[in-house]
Design a binder for this molecule. Structure first.
Ligand SMILES: [Zn+2]
Length: 92
C-alpha cells in the first residue's frame, strides 16, 4: 500500500501496490502532483480522498453494474417496442 499526500488539498490518498508504482499519480481532488509519504505521522490531520480497502466503495454489491446494464437494455427494448407499435398504428 502506498500513501501519498496533496498539500494543496490537505488530503491523503491510498493506493494499492508499492510506492514506486505511483510516483506519477495525480491528486484525485485537484489533479496536482502527489507527494509520497515516508512517515505515516505526516498523514495526521489530512482528509482522506480514497477509502481504504474494504471501505464504502468495496461494500457495493459486485453485480451492481450488471444490474444497471440489464435495466438499460430493458428500457431500450421497451422504447423499441413502443416505437414499432406507433409505426404500425400510423400505417394502419
Ligand atoms: Zn490535491
Amino acid at each position: 500500500m502506498a500513501h501519498s499526500k496533496c498539500l494543496a488539498c490537505r488530503a491523503r490518498v491510498w493506493r494499492d501496490g508499492p510506492p514506486a508504482d505511483h510516483l506519477d499519480d495525480l491528486c484525485p481532488g485537484c489533479g496536482g502532483p502527489l507527494e509520497i509519504v515516508g512517515d505515516l505521522s505526516e498523514l495526521v490531520g489530512l482528509r482522506s480522498l480514497r477509502a481504504r480497502p474494504r471501505g464504502l466503495a468495496y461494500n457495493r454489491p459486485p453485480d451492481l453494474s450488471a444490474r444497471i446494464s440489464a435495466q438499460i437494455r430493458e428500457t431500450i427494448a421497451r422504447n423499441d417496442a413502443e416505437r414499432r407499435r406507433r409505426i404500425d398504428v400510423e400505417r394502419a
